[in-house]
Design a protein around this ligand. Structure first.
Ligand SMILES: Cc1ncc(COP(=O)(O)O)c(C=O)c1O
Length: 362
């Protein structure tokens, strides 16, 4: 079989362990999953209603234009529908961006510890990923801009950054934007946008007027709790949006996801509860980590990186045996660390209790 050379360079994405798999493997009933930055509060009841309502319409193809969803997003964001594109999660939009801009041998630039799918999608197109070392666990924004050369096509600004949870603040962003050549695409991956509470976080939608080489990516998978339905969107110039719309499959955003996303956007009360619970959980975990003498990275997202100062694979396995799934840091090149999603308060407490048992008993 002859596959494209670029495919040979791809690694299989290692997702968080699914709950049912852990149940099967360890014979446990009660599992807490804090591994994939999912929403522990589920989703809005308005979403559940819509899912039931559309259950008997799945014999129909979805609306290829995403009319209702784009209309709702346009109102929410204050941009024209022509500036919006949707697909099965922002993951597939990352791939579409590479389909659009990366030729064989082109480069894209990401932070050394950032979202792996930037690398996969670049490599898939025969491109080369350039990883810029982190500065104090944050993206080195200036360093990333300094790494631009004639082959650079895309800069991946992940903010809040997965897995470190740090943001690019206003000053940092504004100090580099005019240094970036117009033919380099700036991707603001804002998958965790809704969770941010720091006033120094820049609002990027108004920047699109000046920077037509900027693309903003958002998702319904995180704060809106629709990870299993697969729906993400992007905002960019009309020209970029038009191209991306020709690349993504016409029916990629399924009929239920489109309606569910509209319902999710309308439930601002649910979103507020999610954000408040997350902020409360974040503060609780900071306090507990301090009590346990563990270093952590301040996060603006729904997960925190914590340095357990032990073999992270071992601590991951010990937590797993106790029914708690997290992500070991070696997967991100951060040995000795764990990335742990913020759960409900009950889940957070159980996790801390088990973590303390493991660390004290070693
Ligand atoms: C930074 C970042 N971007 C994009 C995604 C993709 O999310 P989705 O495809 O579910 O929209 C994720 C998922 O974890 C992420 O962490």
């Amino acid at each position: 079989m002859k596959v494209r050379d670029a495919i040979l360079g791809l690694k299989l994405y290692q997702a968080g362990k699914p709950i049912d798999e852990v149940k099967r493997e360890l014979g446990l009933d009660d599992i807490i999953k804090l591994a994939s930055n999912e929403n522990p509060l589920g989703c809005s009841t308005k979403v559940c209603d819509v899912i039931k309502e559309f259950a008997d319409k799945v014999n129909l193809y979805p609306d290829a234009s995403n009319y209702e969803l784009k209309k709702a997003l346009s109102k929410y964001l204050g941009v024209n529908v022509e500036n919006i594109f949707c697909s099965t999660g922002s993951d597939s939009l990352i791939k579409a961006i590479c389909n659009l801009f990366v030729n064989d041998g082109d480069e894209t630039i990401m932070g050394e510890v950032s979202f792996q799918r930037y690398e996969d999608s670049t490599v898939l197109m025969g491109g080369k990923i350039v990883k810029v070392p982190m500065k104090n666990y944050m993206l080195d924004v200036k360093g990333m801009v300094d790494a631009i050369n004639d082959r650079t096509r895309v800069l991946w600004f992940c903010t809040p950054n997965n897995p470190t949870g740090s943001i690019i603040n206003k000053d940092e962003l504004f100090s580099v934007l005019d240094l970036i050549p117009k033919d380099v695409i700036i991707v603001m991956d804002e998958a965790y946008y809704e969770y941010v509470t720091d006033d120094n976080y820049p609002q990027t939608v108004p920047l699109l007027e000046k920077y037509d080489n900027m693309i903003i990516l958002r998702t319904f998978s995180k704060a809106y709790g629709l990870a299993g339905l697969r729906c993400g969107y992007g905002i960019a110039s009309e020209e970029i949006a038009k191209y991306i719309n020709t690349i993504v499959g016409p029916f990629d955003t399924n009929i239920i996801a489109q309606q569910a996303a509209v319902a999710a956007l309308s439930d601002t009360e649910f979103l507020k509860r999610v954000i408040d619970e997350n902020s409360r959980g974040r503060e609780y975990l900071y306090c507990e980590y301090k009590r346990l003498g563990l270093e952590y990275i301040e996060s603006q997202a729904n997960f925190i990186m914590v340095n357990v100062k032990r073999n992270d694979k071992e601590v991951f396995n010990e937590l797993l045996k106790r029914g708690i799934i997290v992500r070991p840091g070696y997967l991100f090149g951060m040995d000795g660390w764990l990335r742990v999603s913020i759960g409900t308060m009950e889940q957070n407490k159980k996790y801390i209790k088990e973590l303390e048992n493991i660390l004290v008993n070693k």
